[in-house]
Ligand binder design. Structure first.
Ligand code: FAD
Ligand code: NDP
Length: 655
């Protein structure tokens, strides 16, 4: 396939006009020839819809490199479609007698070809001829070459979705000399860089940092800092600073990178309209078509709503929170996974009253012992938990910034009702893939109709050979930025760099930016028991007290680490869990070790850095180090447990 650049074709936008012509269309029974195409030339004078006819034909030509205009009963066109099917050439067949706008298309075909005989075969947007010429080309062996030339695309690769996954794939592909187009369209909220940059990781982490600074201010008096004035937090000031940083990142940084990498970027919505054609609609509504040999779908996800009275009108999601112009005040967070608990954590850290509404358990899929500890810590932070409840109604009872909302909820067993008043309701109940309007049905790409997630194989390929999907739109993978980036980069290398490395989705580390940070890599204790059998795993664990927390006298029992080993496999480490400050920084390194097959013996024999929290990884389960205060398993080297040890606190207090 070449990488010839062809200008996209402007599409017909005036849909009202098309519809009015469809209504006045008449049937025609002639199956081999068009009946009296009403062209200005033949009838002398412009007929209604003549201009539209030409554009309608062009619109079809956008949909595939090979397009056939015919009638259902046209026997000659069957010869053409049979040949194309045998050669495996994708094509679009327009059956005029099935369309209300037949007459208009007929005009268009006449204007463009000056021919009347069916079928009309177009290759690469140009009229090739009728069935006879097509069959002759096959007989004399020239058809292959004609189609090959016709199958030149505007781009080698079109990436639909300019989040960090899509951008990584695009830049990598361009580094192999490929002609790449990136489309990104996220309205006012989601600019280039996608969720992570605009409404996700970056804003969240910065607000988490704002909350940590509040804690640091409290601690600092124990280190000798003296304050004369009352400390308070200004939400608007924080929000503006965060947004300023985000704008700088997505506007200049990413656009510049694309330019430097020679990737073409369009701020436009992409929709697949044919196997090799994407229709783009820009912010002004102007539409174009572009063809490509390969497509990558990386359109990410957007927040889910509940579908209850008042949710879309009065509730906010993470897409709104980080740019909320006013302080959210007393907040109800609905959902108790990554997003719900992170947002609840930083809002409480900024001094706001927060309630979390939990439908079932906290942090489904995560290590549940750690989830319990996170809840304990959040309760100590004065966050309330309402469980098990589901929201049923939200009403506005007072205007303002923030105003006041009345919420009604029902307990999961349906027996109890809750009513309460909050300034803000934040929905954090998961996300759904942005695949509903991107034309997957047009091109036959399979996806889960409930979640919108695209089905892919281990090479990130969909069921349609030249269409791939990466990042959050993929079914069954972790929705994390580094996963999307790695998948994008490796896919481009496989496609264009003759490399074979697939994205390894096993042992991906992750981090929860709750006020008590939690980093994890590998499996939870529950999952390890399921996978290997309880008798085949060993769990080493320890509380620790960060040195920085000792002087201000912060909670001695809050920080915790756990290592899960598979006994028959030389005690290979299959899970590392750290709850404490900078947990993500600690676990990052362990992720490398886990990939390399780390064993407990290797962990113990590694000399670490002192005095840091990560020290807990090796020495702590055996010896109580004076400085980091690990406090469990002091004398017992091994400690297998499936529930919290009953004399846990007794031991701790005794130290
Ligand atoms: P996205 O980043 O979602 O990008 C998709 C892009 O495609 C968007 O810009 C969208 O507007 C655009 N688009 C959609 N449809 C079309 C279309 N038809 N045409 C053109 N463009 C389209 N992950 C972490 O690893 N660490 C974290 O700390 C973390 N925190 C998070 C916090 C929040 C609040 C959220 C919501 C997510 C967080 N994540 C985090 C997850 C992370 O943001 C995603 O996994 C990551 O952004 C996925 O990247 P992506 O490229 O697949 O999709
Ligand atoms: P999740 O799908 O992880 O969790 C959804 C939460 O909402 C669960 O607690 C779920 O409860 C609850 N819930 C779902 N539906 C309802 C409902 N109808 N009524 C009440 N509660 C409901 O979504 P998140 O929004 O937390 O995160 C989305 C993705 O974004 C994550 O998968 C993650 O990969 C990514 N992310 C990553 C972060 C990070 O890396 N630090 C931070 C934030 C997001 P139940 O358990 O009962 O189903």
């Amino acid at each position: 396939m070449g990488n010839t650049v062809r200008r996209g074709i402007a599409l017909l936008l005036d849909q009202t006009r098309v519809r009015s012509v469809q209504n006045s269309a008449t049937e025609d029974s002639n199956d081999q020839e068009l009946s009296n195409p009403q062209t200005p030339g033949r009838r002398g004078g412009t007929q209604p819809g003549v201009k539209n006819g030409e554009e309608l034909v062009k619109q079809f030509l956008c949909q595939s490199n090979v397009v056939i205009f015919t009638m259902t009963s046209c026997t000659r066109s069957t010869q053409v479609t049979d040949i194309l099917a045998t050669m495996g050439v994708p094509h679009v067949c327009v059956e005029l007698d099935k369309r209300g706008d037949k007459q208009e298309i007929q005009h268009g075909l006449w204007v463009l070809t000056q021919q009347r005989e069916l079928p009309f075969v177009f290759v690469d947007g140009k009229y090739f001829g009728g069935a006879e010429k097509f069959v002759q080309a096959q007989r004399d062996g020239t058809l292959n070459e004609i189609l090959r030339r016709g199958l030149r695309y505007d781009y080698d690769l079109v990436v639909i979705g300019g989040g960090l996954g899509g951008l990584a794939a695009a830049k990598e592909a361009a580094s192999f000399g490929k002609n790449v187009l990136v489309l990104n369209f996220g309205g006012t909220k989601c600019g280039l860089g996608g969720t992570c940059i605009n409404v996700g990781c970056i804003a969240k982490k910065l607000m988490h940092q704002a909350a940590l600074l509040g804690q640091a201010i409290q601690d600092s008096s124990n280190f000798g800092w003296e304050f004369n004035k009352q400390v308070s937090h200004n939400w608007t000031c924080m929000m503006e600073a965060v947004q300023l940083h985000i704008k700088a990142m997505n506007c200049s940084h990413h656009k510049q990178h694309l330019q430097d990498s020679r990737v073409t970027y369009l701020n436009a919505l992409g929709e697949l309209v044919a196997p090799h054609t994407v229709k783009t609609t820009d912010t002004k509504g102007a539409a174009m078509c572009h063809s490509a040999a390969v497509f990558i779908i990386s359109t990410g996800e957007s927040p889910r709503y509940l579908g209850i009275p008042g949710d879309r009108e009065f509730c906010i999601t993470s897409d709104d929170l980080f740019s909320l112009p006013h302080c959210p005040g007393h907040t109800l967070v609905v959902g108790a996974s990554y997003m719900g608990l992170e947002c609840a954590g930083f809002l409480a850290g900024l001094g706001l009253p927060v309630t979390v509404m939990v439908r079932s358990i906290l942090l489904r899929g995560f290590d549940q012992k750690i989830a319990e500890r996170i809840e304990e810590h959040m309760v100590n932070q004065r966050i309330s938990f309402l469980r098990p409840f589901v929201l049923t109604k939200v009403e506005k009872i007072q205007e303002g910034s923030p105003g006041k909302l009345r919420v009604t909820a029902l307990s999961s067993d349906g027996k109890e009702t809750f009513e309460g008043e909050f300034n803000t309701v934040l929905l954090a109940i998961g996300r759904e893939a942005c695949t509903r309007n991107i034309g997957l049905d047009h091109v036959g790409v399979k996806y889960n109709p409930r979640t919108g997630k695209v089905l892919v194989d281990e090479e990130d390929r969909t069921n349609v050979g030249h269409i791939f999907a990466i990042g959050d739109v993929q079914k069954g993978r972790l929705d994390l930025t580094p996963v999307a980036v790695q998948a994008g980069r490796l896919l481009a290398r496989r496609l264009y760099g003759r490399q074979r490395t697939k994205c390894d989705y096993i042992n991906v580390p992750t981090m929860l930016f709750t006020s008590m940070e939690y980093g994890a890599c590998g499996v939870s204790e529950e999952r390890a028991s399921q996978m290997y059998g309880e008798e085949n795993i060993e769990v080493y664990h320890s509380n620790f007290w960060p040195l920085e927390w000792t002087v201000p006298g912060r909670d001695k029992y809050a920080c915790y680490a756990k290592v899960i080993c598979h006994i028959p496999d030389s005690e290979r480490v299959v899970g590392v869990h750290v709850l404490g400050p900078n947990a993500g920084e600690i676990v990052q390194g362990f992720a490398v070790a886990l990939r390399c097959g780390l064993t407990k013996e290797q962990l113990d024999s590694t000399i670490g850095i002192h005095p840091v929290c990560a020290e807990v990884r090796n020495a702590s389960w055996r010896f109580a180090s004076a400085l980091i205060y690990p406090v469990l398993c002091k004398t017992e080297q091994r400690c297998i447990f499936s529930s919290l040890h009953p004399i846990w606190k007794y031991f701790l207090d005794g130290l």
